[in-house]
Structure formats: structure tokens, C-alpha cells
Design a protein around this ligand. Sequence first.
Ligand code: GLN
Ligand code: ZN
Length: 757
Amino acid sequence: MTAAPPTRFPASTVLGYPRIGPDRELKHALESFWSGRITYDELRATGARLREDTWRRLDALGLGAVPSNTFSFYDQVLDTAVLFDAVPERYRGLAAEDAYFAMARGAAGIAPLRMTKWFDTNYHYIVPEIGPDTAFRLAGDKPLAEVRQARALGLDTRPVLLGPVTFLLLSEPTPGAPAGFAPLDRLPDLLPAYERLLEALAAEGVGWVQLDEPALVADRTEEELAAVRAAYLRLGSAPARPALFVATYFGDPGEALPVLAGTPVEAIGLDLVRGSLPADADLGGKTVVAGVVSGRDVWRTDRDRALASLRSVRERAAHVVVGTSCSLLHVPYDVEREADLDPALRRRLAFAEQKVAEVVELASLLAAAPAASAASARVADAGSPPPLPDEPAAVPEEPAARSPYAVRAAAQAEHLRLPVLPVTTIGSFPQTGELREARAALAAGRLDEAGYETLVRSEIARAVALQERLGLDVLVHGEPERNDMVQYFAEHLDGFAVTRHGWVQSYGSRCTRPPILHGDVRRPEPITVRWAGYARSLTDRPVKGMLTGPVTIVAWSFVRDDLPLRDVVFQVADAVRDEVRDLEAAGVSIIQVDEPALRELLPLRRAARDGYLAWAVAAYRRATSGASDRTQIHTHLCYSDADEIIAAVDALDADVTSVESARSHARLLREPAVGGFGRGLGPGVYDIHSPRVPDVAEVEESLRAALRVLPAHRLWVNPDCGLKTRTYEEVEAALANVVTAARNVRGDHECRPLTVE
Ligand code: GLN
Ligand code: ZN
């Protein structure tokens, strides 16, 4: 590279911004559009307004370079697939907007694309399907249209695109693609479409383009690194193009950094919160967008540390730009709106708006700061402590392990006297409109605690009566008191704060309000015991107590960063342990501790995984191992990639594990590891994500399929996940069929006594 970048990158930027709207305007508009209450033009007008507000705000805060194309009606990966016409055949008969939302959510008779977690975040993206015949072409103009829209307001923006390598690595082969085919094989055919887009942007006068390549922070093969090289050599030598800024984030690009540095791209983005700039990195005269303000947490940035880091980068790069570690998509809009938060806590917090101000301030401090001395440059390499420690050290001793499984299983069989193929559910029953309204009324002071409690009790009674009538074997109270499986516990534990407006997009129109774990965690008093106790008082059948596990509580919260994550998880585990003990003392003999986020926190680099799993498993056992042998501990995981997690699930040592299976077409049961799984297992018999009611025959079929790999005394019968998003009508019909199917299949096995091998 001899030529200087066409334009100097401004001194400060952010990699992306929240898009759901400060009051979830996009959510409301999307849901109104889906239910036919507003037109597509009205939805588009809301989108245009949200983009305009964001750009104006970023500009008003003094940000040097404002990004565009960070808006999406659903997801940026889906947008990329549509932009390059990677639209599977089954959606092609539909009008453009219908096809888009059908890919995201399905349409009459047309299944949606799969959805999965975006790296180790709680954001979900739509997984594109790419086959050997996918005909890539530049099929849309969304990035251009946003540039034009911003320009009409007098603002020059930097379009943000998903990079071609990450796009293909996140895609899956179309069903029926030949074995051995990988979407990345199609890179040479995709790049011309990116080139067309770059050309069009250059013709529009765009100076810089951002290409997101977060996939570069995970382990990559030689072949994949060669694809990175090929992609950016080619895009870099496109005749007419804007300057290229390739953003890596969520960790260290490691061996991908020298590869990128060896291509003609003008700027490289580094996440200096989770990663650091290696001392020997040769950046080949690049601009570095230094991500020193975290896009993944809600804490104010340590200014001195950030400055030291920036000065160190400045010594080694042609030009340094102050940036966020990743898009601010993962944090809420504005902490100033949280009037109910303790002011002392609020002063420690920064949401998106505050983080932009930090970036701007750091850029002016850096401009004023003298060059770093060698000593301070070394300090800077330390960066922030990584949120996920990777050595397995310092896992505390488990307090009193449980007896071996065989001993426990015998004690439980004796105590619980359950039939073979016991039927149960994952915990939640439908959250009725009445319940949601009552919760809103309670928050607004229009309903008192007593009135709310009466309603919760009547919902419990309704769920219990239904389960009794349908003939389930292990009942649940239905979780009507919970707004959310993490927030509910956060509200009842010391050390957490909850926000009023702190919404973060989870997928499409769905948002969560992650609690803020800011202090030492303690459980001042029992949390769920009275609800479980009330349910027990209504029935003679066993009622399963329902708790959220320590890893999941932490994964779905914003967590203090002054302690290693595992230490925080152990504090939460001790609080859960207290609750397990109190449930048991109250006579609850089956207790489920959910860990749907266990896999989500799995480090992106393989080298760090064993260390993580060691403490995650230790935390779970710490939470549950206080239970006596005859108390049956269940766990639930919302996924079933058995190969990845079966060893860890085994190590959790729960007596019964329920997992999603129906939605993934029983892939789980085809895993050889499953046959050797030595404890109770409940592969979900129907997909709760769809309103469809399974018929008896199909549930029977899935039970018989499970029995081909699992002995009858290990098999549990349950849906894929909780029922809270379904209606009572759907749930009643579905569970009735599940019970009938279990009884039919049970007939073949009843003669076998329920003993333990
Ligand atoms: N017990 C929870 C429920 O049924 C579990 C939810 C989950 O796995 N995400 O809703
Ligand atoms: Zn689940």
C-alpha cells in the first residue's frame, strides 16, 4: 500500500447503535404491521424516523463519524442475505416485504429460517441458507438509501455492512446441499456482488465503509484465513470503492490480524475491552479504530486505562480512532431516564447515549495528550480484565457433593413412585393478557400487592387444575408471578437493580431488560417457596419447584466487572442453593434449576472452553448439591447440540435433564453420546415456538424414536420449552395429546418394574 486513504477517518465513532427505539417504537410498529393494524408504508415511516433521530443525536453529541445501515426491520444478517439475493426458493413467490418477514418468522405453510445466537451475546440472528446454486447479486439498495436519507439531513454517514467472510461462516448449507459443501466455498461468487455495492457507494460519494467481521475472533482454519486474505485482497483492489474499515469484535482477531494487515484495507477495528493489541503486531500503516468503550456492558469507561490503551495503539498505527468495542446494539439507550435507580449506582452507569459521549471525550483527550512513554504503552496492553477467565483455577470446593446417581435414583424412585415415561412440562404456563395488565397496573400503582397476589394465585390454581385434569405426573405452578425468568430473581436478590426503560433487542421485535448486577449477591428471604407451597396445597401429585440457574442469571444480566465472572456466578449459586434448601424444607421433592444460557457463555475460542465449563458446572453443582438424595433435581436447556454439551450436561449431575428436540427434528437422538447418557432425559416431544398442536400419533412416534436409544426408565415426556408464549387453548389441546401418547407408549413398558440399573 502506497496510497494514503482517500479521506482521513474522523477521530471518533461507534460501530453501531440501538435501533428498537428509546420507547420500543420499532417493536410496536412491527407488531402493529404484523397484525394488520398499520400499513407497510407506516412501518417504513417509523423506521425512517428512528434512523433520523439516531443520526441527529449522534451528530449532536459530537461524534466524528456517524454510522448508517445499522438499522434493520428484523436483523442485519437477514438484511445481508436479502441484499445479495440469498433468498431460498420457498420465499420467492412472495412480495418483497412478505418474503423478508417470512424468512424471519415464517408465513402460512412456509417455515422460517433458523434463528440462533449472535456469537456469545443474547442477540439472535436469522441463519441464511446458502447452497451451491445460490445466485448472488446485488439485489437491493438499503445501504445506499440510508446514505441518501442521511445526506438529505446534511449528514455524511459510513454504511455498515456485514463482511463477506462472517456472512458465509454464519450461514448454513441449504437442505440437500452435497455433503462437504460449506457456504464459504461460495466466496468467489459472492465477492462480485460486494464489489458492485462498493462501486455504487463510491459513486454516491461515500468515503468509508465498515465491514463487520466478528467471526475473525473465533478459531479459524488455514483455509478460512486464506478466504479472509482473498476477500480483502479482492475488495481492496476494486477499482472504484470507498476506504474499507474492517471491524473485528467480541475478542482478539489473533492470527487473523496479520492476515488483514496484509491486505489493502485502510482501517482495522479492534475490541480492546475483550482483547488487546499484541505488542508485536505489524499494522502496516493502517488506521486502527480502537474499541476502548465497551458495547457489551453498562459501566462507565475507566478513562485513564482507555487513554493509556489509545496512546499505545497510536504508537503503532498510522492513525488511531476512538471507538466502541462493538456495536452499541447490546446496551439500552439512555441511563438518564432511569429516575428510580439509586443515584450512586446511576453515576457508575453508561448506556448508549453516555458511551457516545465517552468516545467523543476520549478523542479530545487523546488529541491533547502527549505521545505515550514506553512504560505507559506496556501498561496499556493489560486492557480491561477479560470478562471470561479461561484458567480453571480457583473453582471453590463443592459444598457437600450428592451421593452417586444410582443411590439417588433408588431413593427417588422409592419416594416419588412415578410411572414410567412420566409426563411433565418445563415450567411456565401461558402468561395471560390479564396477568400482563395486572403487572402493568401494579407497576403504575393502579393495583395493590394484595390484588395482584390474588390474581397470581388464581392463575396457579388454574394451571394446577388443568394439569390434574389432563393427567400429568409431575405438576408445575406455572410461573405466573414471573415477568421474566431472570428479572424475577434479580428483583428478589440483593446486589441487583432493575431498570424501567433499559430494553435491549433480543431478536426481531423482542426485547429484554437485563438486570444490573452491581453488588454482592444475597438472598434476603425465600423467593419462590410460597408459590410452590400454594400449588402443593392444591394437589396430591408432586409439584416441581422452578428456579433459574446461576449461569443463566448472570448471562442475562449486566454484570459488575470488578470481580471475575466466576466469582459472581458462585455468589449467585449460593443464593440459589439457599432457595433449593428452603423448597426442600417446604416439602418440594422435585426441583428444576434451569440453565438455558449455559452454552451461550461458552467462549468463542476453544482454548478457553474447558476452563469456562469447569466453573460453570461447579456453580451449578454448588447451587444444587445441597439437595438430599431423595430430592430429584431437574435441569432444562433450550437447545440440544449434544455433541457440544453432553459432557458438560453429564457433569451437571442433575437427575433429569429436559432439552429441546422436536424443533431440531430429534437430531439429539441421533447422537451416539445420548445412548450412553446415564440419567433421566426428556427430549422435547413438541415445538412450543409454533401455535401448532401436535397430534397423538406424532408424539407417540417421537417417544418410540427416543426409546430406540434410551431405556424406558430414563425417558421423560415433556415439551421443548416453557409454555408462556402460548394460549391456554393451544396448551390444553397439546398436553392432552402428549398425555394420551405417553399412556399409549407406556402400555408397552408398564410391566417392567421401575428399577435402576
Ligand atoms: N422454566 C422456564 C419456562 O418454562 C424455562 C424457560 C427457558 O428455558 N428459557 O418458561
Ligand atoms: Zn427452554
